[in-house]
Unconditional design. Sequence first.
Length: 302
Amino acid sequence: MCITGTILITVLLSITPVSATMTARVAVLPFEISSGENMEYLKDTIRRELSTQLATKKGIAIIEYVAVKRILGKEPSLSVNEDVLRRVAEKLDAHFVVRGSMTRIGKNLSLDVSLFNFVDSPSFDKYFIEGNDLTSLIKRLVGKIGAKVLLVVDIHPEFQETELREKADLKEGEMVKPAVGTASSSSSSSEKEVIQKRILDWQNYWESKDIENYMRCYSQEFSSMGMDWSQWKIYKECLNDRYHHISLSLSDPRITLKDNHALVSFEQHYRSDDYSDHGIKSLVLRKENGEWKIMREQWKPL
């Protein structure tokens, strides 16, 4: 039975993002300061401390402030403007830009921060925290920003595909060349056929709503959309209970293979009782005990 909608929402909101193995480039801009006292020195103090703490998180790379300052010096205004921030992100090759302000009223401090996400179409998240201790506020802010950045890294196909290609040292669509004394090209082709068979089984189990065999296609270390293997199973069980009929068609498959990792992408048409979509599905697989298992999964609409 599917858990209720309320419980499902609670489960999804309580998921902890999986540790990312790829790197997101983050630019932290100086903070604006609003105070009755002269506290302009905090503009760079907050930026520097925020950058230092974010840099300790695996999967996040802070862009050198020298580069940030050079780009900002060419901008006529630092007002929160999407066009200005987009230019800053493009010139710095940044995935995210952090900009914010600190306000002090008496002993109370507040941080009002925007995290601009340029991985997809530009979007932003806002964070407002307040208290009496600046060190504590920055620590809380690092937790919020870090969790959001790592979640995007974990589920976005740009990072998933780059991760596999860096492991495999491959270009788009390139197949691995067998090394001397290792598998031949024929065995490589045979491995592709095994992977294709795994994807076909995965498709059939999904369409037949055979959730047990469907989940056997996934590694116990699977993660996607912030969910682990168990949470993914609950999510799929709910979809199975909701829809009486599921139809899936796959086309234009591409397989990139290296050692015990594979990246499979294909065009997917999904149809159910009252819902349909069309997009690119990307699967990252790993060979475990002789079987190919899905480690990551991502869908992007067309």
